[in-house]
Design a protein around this ligand. Structure first.
Ligand code: ATP
Length: 950
């Protein structure tokens, strides 16, 4: 690309995103140029060196239009200080000098025709490829699974329901709180991918604990094809040097950062906060501890980010882990207006089970007691709800009234639409768990210590030198034995303390000859990832991974089904997290959990409580956390008195509380949360669309055609896998997203799920999307002239095949693209200007075409100019009517979409909370209609002229 020189006031268009319209240069820095695109009201920054921009320039005889709508014909053009000035004449003869920044558009001779008449035309077949590309591009724009078909994931309904629901909102602010291992990361990835592809977001920052950085990087790249970049200290410094900047965050669009890294580096934290983000994702959000007037530093930092980013996804399997205050504070991050008052929130939470029971009766169409009806009237006391309640009183079977009231209750009094939580109980297909309690004698060395404290007895090894406890601890001997007896099985071993894990690993490895690696907080991220990768490796992989507690969060170890808890965590949430490493989507075997414990110590008491009181090793239940918190002090008091009967009684109480809560949850709050989180059948069309796109033969056919045209080789490696690589004749020696060595790929989702090392090609794949964009923006096949050999048509007859595009540039957030995407219209005009496209296809013409020989070109061009211009004039008349028709349809669809959205809002929320949302809808509706009326246009994108010969 020749060097482009930018000046404020110039007009340029983005060749890769034509729907932005024409932009005006507003700022030029040393390396960056900033443009404002009035049509879409977007400000974009581009690196000057490789900006995909084309200057808007007019030539004498071109028609131009000024901002006030007056048309002028260009007489001359000159350049002053980087800006074009046109001497131009209006229809009534007035001559003016117009600066390019005053010029709005042009009705000059369309580019494809201009090029053709100048003798620059291409092979006749390329026109067909252009038409096909536009047709497929437009179908893709309207595809119901756009943005959802590319991720390398199984279309699991509860995940797609959440992703679909959240991605619909222009401001997605929700907490993804599925139980451990049910796919929160996948849901976040699906949402981010869809929002990126639909253009609703451009810049994303993902904040995760140190230990999960690599896993997120791999998931985002492999599963979602999102080129996320990890910014740590080294990367920040390197980027600063490379880009000669102070703020490396400005130069990356998709950033992944460790929360600890930002917390300990103020300079980079400030730089990150100074950069604009559209979407913020925070994993393991329960770490964002908060107490009134005492937010943790992590909370305060995330809060600052969250106020700037339009959309926010908080991920946590245990939203209430740090207590109800922190849970409230997380909800406050999502919706500061709704969650601004902690006491009120606590009061509502306390009442929520009763409310949920009323809602459940409504959903099940069961009649309400007089008391419940009164309560309902107090809870929903707006006019519309009161009238629905009245309807229900008269007619108990009024299902519309009942369902609407239930939804309103949920929306106004629960955590509403901000929280999604799916549970194992609501999703089938999980393996069974089996617990093996291994009773061991407490060694003399521990007995001599006479430790009485709860945690001291849980982790007695921390009180002895390493060599001493390793040599005597009966759990060590047992562990070595089970590993030796099961050499071909993998074991995940979790200990609470890092030093315990290190000592165990060294002992098992060096003394016991067990292939095992360690995983703990003192290892660098790379060392941790290496260690986890060695454990994951099937061939020559480690038999065991010995983790400290950090191995129990977020990591994927479902390829292993044996879990040894070398000790027990003092919190039931952590116990669930530990089991969740193996009990995740993708686990194919039943899970064996081993708990070696030292008899007659608090280890035994805790194990008994977890096992017999909660049944926590076998089942995950939402009630566990609550009951554990309520009874924990009592448990500690009981065991400190060494009173066996009291412990038995506590176990009974625990079981009872769990049963009660289970009953209330199953028939209350959780059931409603579940209905909202798992969704109803409305996700089915999306799942079907994803599966349908997997079997779409047009994609492979189309890509084969494109590869052929551009000189890319595609070779079958097996029935389902192809090797795609640059061929010797690759045009211009580059093709989007194609590395020099090529890559292996599949079009088959099932194959892609089993082979993460190869690419999964779908309509969402960047190579497919960029190849289409390349064809569209490069003008490939847009100017074509050829001879048509057909004996039935009189020799010398002209036929004109025109490809018009109808489009409406608008801001992405209005999502007009779905109603009026850039839509191709093909006309085939005869010399009388009649459209005969319905009778003759592009493919049928291709078969009768011949190349024009060199010496014929110049005389032919001269002869066809006037008739072609006349035929095109007729074409424009036809297009005007077509465009009008399409715009009217889009306007009607737009109106009806937003009207129903308004009705939904009116039916759901609190009238007070809703006023703003309704105003927003009205604004969008008005703006969308205005833009459809004002910005819709058609333009000639390609032309093929055919002259018959006999
Ligand atoms: N739709 C899917 N297709 C294929 N694999 C999936 C799908 N959903 C989840 N998985 C796999 O299941 C495992 C759990 O998913 P994920 O990590 O998203 O769960 P999570 O809820 O974030 O877990 P945690 O609570 O541990 O953070 C991962 O290995 C993931 O790759």
């Amino acid at each position: 690309m020749s060097e482009q020189v930018f000046h404020v006031g110039q007009r340029w268009s983005n060749t890769a995103e034509t729907d932005l319209g024409i932009g005006i240069v507003t700022q030029v820095d040393e390396r960056i140029v900033t443009l404002f695109f009035p049509n879409t009201e977007e400000l974009r920054n581009y690196a000057q060196a490789n900006a995909p921009l084309t200057r808007l320039e007019f030539h004498p005889r071109d028609m131009i239009e000024t901002d006030d709508g007056t048309n002028y014909r260009v007489l001359t053009r000159h350049e002053e200080e980087g800006l074009y000035f046109y001497e131009a004449q209006s229809d009534d003869g007035e001559v003016k000098i117009l600066c390019e920044s005053q010029v709005q558009g042009s009705s000059s001779m369309p580019e494809p025709l201009k090029r053709l008449l100048q003798g620059h035309f291409e092979h006749y077949k390329t026109f067909g490829m252009r038409v096909k590309t536009w047709q497929l591009h437009s179908q893709y724009d309207q595809h119901p699974a756009k943005g959802f078909m590319g991720p390398r994931v199984d279309p699991i309904p509860h995940q797609f329901h959440i992703a679909q629901t959240v991605a619909k909102h222009s401001q997605a602010r929700v907490m993804l709180a599925d139980e451990v291992g049910l796919g929160k990361t996948i849901e976040a990835g699906l949402i981010a991918h869809q929002l990126l592809i639909s253009g609703k977001v451009n810049r994303i920052i993902i904040l995760v604990p140190d230990s999960l950085v690599h896993q997120w990087l791999v998931e985002m790249r492999r599963r979602f094809n999102m080129p996320v970049r990890v910014l740590d200290n080294d990367q920040c410094e390197a980027l600063c040097e490379q880009q000669d900047t102070d703020n490396p965050f400005m130069y990356e669009q998709l950033v992944l950062c460790s929360i600890q890294f930002l917390l300990s580096n103020q300079r980079w934290a400030e730089a990150a906060m100074d950069s604009p983000w559209d979407l913020l994702i925070v994993d393991e959000a329960h770490h964002l501890a908060w107490q009134p007037d005492a937010p943790s530093p992590a909370y305060s930092m995330v809060e600052e980010f969250s106020l700037k980013a339009k959309s926010l996804l908080l991920l946590t399997a245990t939203p209430e882990k740090e207590g109800p205050e922190s849970h409230f504070a997380q909800l406050h991050l999502l919706d500061p207006l709704r969650y601004q008052d902690l006491p009120r929130f606590m009061e509502q939470q306390a009442k929520f089970n009763d409310i949920a029971l009323i809602a459940e009766h409504l959903i099940d169409h069961e009649s309400l007691t007089a008391d419940q009806l009164n309560q309902l009237k107090q809870l929903l006391n707006d006019a519309s709800s009161l009238s629905l309640i009245e309807q229900l009183e008269h007619n108990k079977a009024d299902s519309h009234a009942a369902t609407t009231l239930a939804t309103r209750l949920l929306d106004r009094h629960g955590t509403g639409r901000a929280l999604f939580r799916n549970t194992r109980a609501s999703i089938s297909g999980f393996p069974q768990r089996e617990l093996t309690r291994v009773r061991l004698k407490s060694p003399q060395a521990y007995q001599d210590l006479a430790l009485s404290g709860f945690e001291d007895q849980l982790y007695p090894e921390t009180h002895l030198p390493e060599a001493e406890w390793i040599a005597q601890d009966t759990r060590v001997e047992w562990l070595l034995d089970i590993l030796k007896k099961n050499r071909s099985s993998k074991f995940l071993v979790i200990c609470h303390h890092k030093n315990t894990a290190c000592a165990l690993q060294a002992h098992l490895h060096f003394k016991g000859g067990i292939q095992c690696s360690a995983f703990h907080e003192d290892l660098s991220l790379i060392e941790r990832d290496r260690s986890a990768a060695w454990f994951a490796s099937e061939e020559d992989g480690a038999q065991a991974l010995i983790c400290s507690e950090i191995g129990s969060e977020g990591r994927n170890f479902q390829f292993c089904h044996n879990l040894v808890m070398f000790d027990l965590p003092a919190s039931i949430d952590l116990l669930e997290q530990r089991i969740g490493r193996l009990d995740r989507i993708g686990q194919k075997n039943d899970i064996q959990i081993y708990t070696p414990y030292l008899a007659e110590t608090h280890q035994q008491n805790l194990l008994t409580w977890y096992d017999e009181g909660f049944n926590a090793f076998i089942k995950t239940e939402s009630s566990h956390s609550v009951v554990f918190e309520n009874l924990n002090q009592e448990f500690k008091a009981v065991i400190s008195q060494d009173d066996e009967a009291a412990l038995d009684a506590l176990i009974d109480t625990t079981q009872q509380r769990i049963a009660e809560l289970h009953e209330r949850f199953v028939h209350g709050r959780n059931r409603l949360l579940e209905i909202h989180s798992r969704g109803d059948d409305s996700v089915e069309p999306l799942i079907e669309a994803v599966i349908g796109s997997d079997n779409d033969p047009h994609l492979k056919d189309y890509m084969e055609g494109v590869f052929n045209t551009y000189g890319v080789d595609e070779e079958d490696l097996s029935d389902d896998i192809v090797l795609i690589r640059p061929g010797t004749s690759l045009e211009h020696s580059s093709f989007p997203n194609l590395p020099e060595d090529g890559f292996s790929a599949t079009y088959d989702r099932a194959v892609a799920l089993g082979r993460e090392d190869i690419e999964f090609i779908s309509w969402d794949h960047p190579m497919v999307r960029n190849a289409m964009d390349m064809i569209i923006t490069s003008g490939k096949g847009s100017s074509v002239m050829s001879l048509l050999k057909n004996k039935q048509i009189k020799e010398g007859t002209l036929l004109l095949e025109a490809l018009f595009i109808v489009e409406c540039p608008a801001p992405a957030e209005l999502q007009l693209g779905q109603l009026l995407p850039a839509t191709p219209v093909r006309l085939l005009l005869d010399q009388a200007g009649r459209d005969i496209s319905a009778a003759v296809t592009t493919d049928a013409l291709d078969k009768q075409l011949k190349r024009v020989k060199g010496d014929l070109i110049t005389p032919m061009l001269k002869e066809i100019q006037d008739p072609v211009l006349a035929m095109l004039g007729k074409g424009n008349e036809l297009m005007e009517a077509r465009k009008q028709d399409m715009v009217e349809k889009a306007q009607a669809a737009f109106q009806s979409y937003w009207e129903s959205e308004k009705q939904r809002l009116q039916a759901l929320g609190n009238p007070a909370d809703n006023a703003k949302a309704l105003q927003d809808v009205d604004k969008r509706l008005q703006k969308g209609q205005e833009l459809l009326a004002k910005n819709s246009q058609y333009r000639l994108d390609g032309i093929r002229i055919m002259i018959t010969i006999s």
